[in-house]
Design a protein. Sequence first.
Length: 374
Amino acid sequence: MRIFISSLISGFEQQRAAARRAVTALRHEAVMAEDFGAQPNSPQIACLRGLRESDMVVLILGEGYGFVPPGSTLSATHQEYREARETKPVLAFLQEGISPGPEQAAFIAEVQAWEGGLFRGTFRQPDDLQDGVTRALHDVTLANATGPVDERDMMTRALAMFAPENRNQVVPTMLELVVVGGPNQRILRPAEMEAPQLVEHLEQTALYGESRMFDRSLGVISGLDGSDLLLRQERGASIRLTEQGSIVVRLPLDEPRSARGFDPMSGMVLVEETVKERISIALAYVAAVLDRIDRTQRLTHLAIALRVAGADHRGWRTRAQHAANTNSIQMGHGGVQARDPINLLARRAALGLDRSALIEDLLVPLRRQYPTAN
């Protein structure tokens, strides 16, 4: 691989040399401004061209923001980062014990926010940086040492993970989200699926994590279902995890009765804000589980499928619409056709970088499947 090393040059010579040693020790090619020689264009144009011709970027951030070229509001390193993040992996490393100024602090915060669960680390000395870059590049190599991504197969597997729906029986209304990763490979060995540490982590994250899915007042039943690990609660919430790292999340959509009394129409509508909240929770939980079971990101692509079960005759309202008219509703009647799951394909990084867009891309087509409950 051709790996572009992006950082300040003046004052960072030792750090850049350490990054070069890490890159070349793993038999990759380091692309560095120091090696460009005389160029007909400006140094920044030469650097951006070298970046575009590279496969990956190692970004090294220290205390200084660097020179801002005339006609720009960003430093050269900041421009390189903005260019790289749209098209290639960025392995960012931050120097510890520094006091950055406002511009550099904002740059660091931008990188850390964008990185999400991607590789990044900190360092104190050049040797620390060399070790960190070596480990990150090794992890990237492992992550990419897999078969090709077959998106059609991924989506077929995702849709097959929905349980058959009995539309002649009254069942709780559930949001069901399936996420299948690719390339297709085994992520967890059978012994790992049985490990108490994995079950405990999944339970604790579902009950107390930032992406809390389970009701803390209810117990959790967990165990193997065939070769899958299954966690479930009485109201129907459940999590299924396969050896291939596929995840199925089921969450109740009916909101609890409020302290102001029972809403007789609550079982007749899907409340948009509730659906959106559940999608957000489910995607955040999936991201947390993938970070736990596949730290080196062997799964690089995702097939995501979503449906609502048990809502054949419901209408769709926002919370404000429902609060304004709780006593009447327009709803579907007999002969409602089965609604196909909403599905999309995404890079795994989108779970951390662009989750809001994923939520919207699932919610809007789902909303269109239901009559507006005026």
